[in-house]
Design a binder for this molecule. Structure first.
Ligand code: NAD
Ligand code: UFG
Length: 332
């Protein structure tokens, strides 16, 4: 079985390629390296001892997509490629709509041309908007609070319409909660450009003395200790969720939507303290104002993925903190 992985040199894509290769799938990657590095391909090969076929290019480029489908008999596509920074999407919405929507539409058109109609798509818990009730279930109402979230919501709707028009498509929409951690080898991980927006990459840079302290955005939420609570999931568990999704549409036909999280929330302070404990390193922080747009708590109901995919996150918050730091130490 051959899987085309768009955005396969990125953070979640690279870990997914490893899990696919470990289970005997062949992997073809297309990535324009706008947010990742070519070396990731050889790191994936080093981890798995298997070869990967890499195409440098853009998913918006239909001619390149046609070339890939002509040169490889693709059975499944996992579509990670896209932009993902919320703040940047507010400042430059057209860039987000253009890349995220066009890449998905062009990809689906070429998949249709080549009669490859098996797709796994990276969505996000952001499509639930401001949670009215927790834990979040797949059938809750959806809303977007920023252009990035809009692109995910719009793509989910495009895929639902596509399936309604032609039910020979098999589609899994995965709504990720907060992926952190890195491969246990320390060879691949998350490497954001510039000053990170997300919590774990920021903690890591503070621990590494690249930034002086972490700003904790508010300690007056109605949560266990006043700081924001999120459902952190180890990226390797998340990656395995993609393999299970492929197995699902290989046996059951249709369109399916799943949350991928652990179902447990941790506060910012709990994550900081766990990181300090397992890595035996101090993380300086100060409490500042709430970040506009943040919600107090967000965590998944994971029952549907457990029952229908057989998905259960295995790694603990200690593993997530240890592996996130190991990657940075290894790549200093
Ligand atoms: P990432 O930026 O590390 O990976 C995305 C990859 O896609 C990068 O390698 C980038 O170079 C590539 N890319 C972007 N646009 C492209 C294009 N037009 N053509 C070819 N390649 C392109 O991001 P990630 O964290 O691995 O996220 C993967 C997917 O998961 C994204 O769609 C993201 O929106 C979604 N997601 C991520 C998170 C998260 O917290 N990381 C949460 C929810 C959803
Ligand atoms: N936080 C800080 N300081 C920081 C960064 C974050 O205190 O420097 C706090 C936030 O206030 C929040 C928690 O840490 O309480 C997590 O924040 P992240 O920015 O790491 O993650 P979010 O839950 O805000 O958002 C992430 C992705 C979104 C995605 C969402 C749901 O960035 O794209 O998860 O999947 F939509």
């Amino acid at each position: 079985m051959k899987v085309l992985v768009t955005g396969g040199t990125g953070y979640i894509g690279s870990h997914t390629c490893c899990e696919l290769l470990d289970r005997g799938y062949e992997v073809v990657i297309i990535d324009n390296l706008s947010n990742s590095k070519k070396e990731v391909v050889s790191k994936i090969e080093q981890i798995t001892g298997k070869k990967v076929k890499f195409y440098l290019g853009d998913v918006r480029d239909k001619e390149l997509l046609r070339k890939i489908f002509k040169e490889n008999e693709i059975n499944f596509v996992i579509h990670f490629a896209g932009y993902k920074a919320v703040g940047e999407s507010v400042l430059n919405p057209l860039m987000y709509y253009e890349n995220n929507l066009l890449s998905t539409i062009n990809l689906c058109e070429v998949m249709k041309e080549f009669d490859c109609k098996n797709l796994v798509f990276s969505s996000s818990a952001t499509v639930y908007g401001i949670p009215k009730k927790l834990p979040l279930k797949e059938d809750f109402s959806l809303a977007a609070t920023n252009p990035y979230g809009q692109t995910k919501l719009m793509i989910e709707n495009i895929l639902k319409d596509l399936y309604a028009s032609d039910n020979s498509w098999n589609i899994v929409i995965l709504r990720y909660f907060n992926p952190i951690g890195a491969h246990a080898s320390g060879l691949i991980g998350e490497e954001p450009n510039g000053i990170p927006n997300n919590l774990m990459p920021y903690i890591v840079k503070v621990a590494n003395k690249e930034l002086p302290f972490l700003n904790i955005f508010g300690n007056d939420y109605d949560t266990v200790d006043g700081t924001g609570v999120r459902d952190y999931i180890h990226v390797v568990d998340l990656a395995i969720g993609h393999v299970l999704s492929i197995e699902k549409i290989n046996k059951d036909k249709g369109i399916f939507i799943y949350n991928l999280g652990t179902g447990h929330g941790y506060s910012v302070l709990e994550l900081v303290n766990t990181f300090s404990k397992v890595n035996n390193i101090e993380v300086n922080y100060r409490i500042v104002d709430r970040r506009p747009g943040d919600v107090a708590e967000c965590y998944a109901d994971t029952k549907k993925a457990t029952i229908e995919l057989g998905f259960k996150a295995q790694k603990t918050i200690d593993d997530m903190c240890r592996d996130s730091y190991k990657y940075v130490i290894n790549n200093k």
